[in-house]
Design a protein around this ligand. Sequence first.
Ligand SMILES: *Cc1c(COP(=O)(O)O)cnc(C)c1O
Length: 362
Amino acid sequence: MEHLRIPGPTPCPNEILQAMTKQMINHRGPEFGQIVNGVTARLKQLFQTKNDVFLLTGSGTGGLEAAIVNTLSPGDKALSISIGVFGERFATIAEQFGAEVIPLKFEWGKAADIDSIRRALETEPEIRAVLVTHNETSTGVTNDLARVSATVKEFDKLLLVDAISSLGSINLPVDDWHCDVVVTGSQKGWMVPPGLAMVSVSEAAWQAHAVAKMPRFYWDFTKAKSYLEKGQTPWTPAMSTVFALSASLEIMLEEGLANVIARHAQVAKAARDSVKSLGLPLFADECYASNTVTAIAASNRLDVKKMLKILREEHQIVLGGGQQRLDGKIFRIGHMGWVTEDDIEVVISALKVVLPQAGFRS
Ligand SMILES: *Cc1c(COP(=O)(O)O)cnc(C)c1O
């Protein structure tokens, strides 16, 4: 079997894959209604929220678009806190739908600086919403969302959070941290194939929604809410992925959210410690290093592309490369969802062999 260690899609336990082989049923019938209601209730536990939670059929990016179009109007000012590729994507979506985006960019590999966020909010009193990535998958950095949120809420702004690669793996108490719309995706820490975005919507987000004028149809939260009251989704959902999610949530709640979070922290620490012991530098500021993906800087003449090719062809290990301007400059080990320290050990053992073959001189 291939060792898929990219930051999504992630490997799925057999029980979850088996759940997907369930025969189709009526997506407007009572059996599917029960499944949708059960999944929604369990998701609320793992989001640590009493807010509404919706299942949207699409990838995580669809969920980000839903967050924007449901809460903003063209011309609204949105502060975009960006620390990498996915922060840029969130901002681009807002811009495409006519928001006036105020960019607040930080060096890739670093977390967002709280004082800079405060200054930006002081400078532009008309900002309506703040966009932030909780865990920046492209750089392996986790923002201090609790502090970001505390600052944003000092100014009483709406907080829209890309938690696609953190929720369900890294602690994110949605209600305690006053996050208004939070987006995640099935193929990341949830151990489920791609197909679903899951989003939570706060009371303040509903108030914004009531006056938001951006064009929307498929992603409309009002439709999602009215159908959920009947145990349904407005449009035919990725039903097999919902079956899989139902199975995965049972597994996750059995392990317990606190244990899931602790396991990710432990696995990530093992990954960072082992990588450093090989003589490779971490790309991310270690104070903010992610517990779901470890980004490693190419150094000492390491040819990243050659290394990834040998790992894939000779060791059946698939790691992530760098995205956009990080292409060839970093590589990434995904460790979210179904992962243990043993899985990291497999990667590290192979790296010991492959690094010198790919030019690395320690
Ligand atoms: C994976 C990811 C996305 C994109 O999700 P898709 O499901 O590929 O659309 C966005 N943001 C972050 C932080 C991600 O990790």
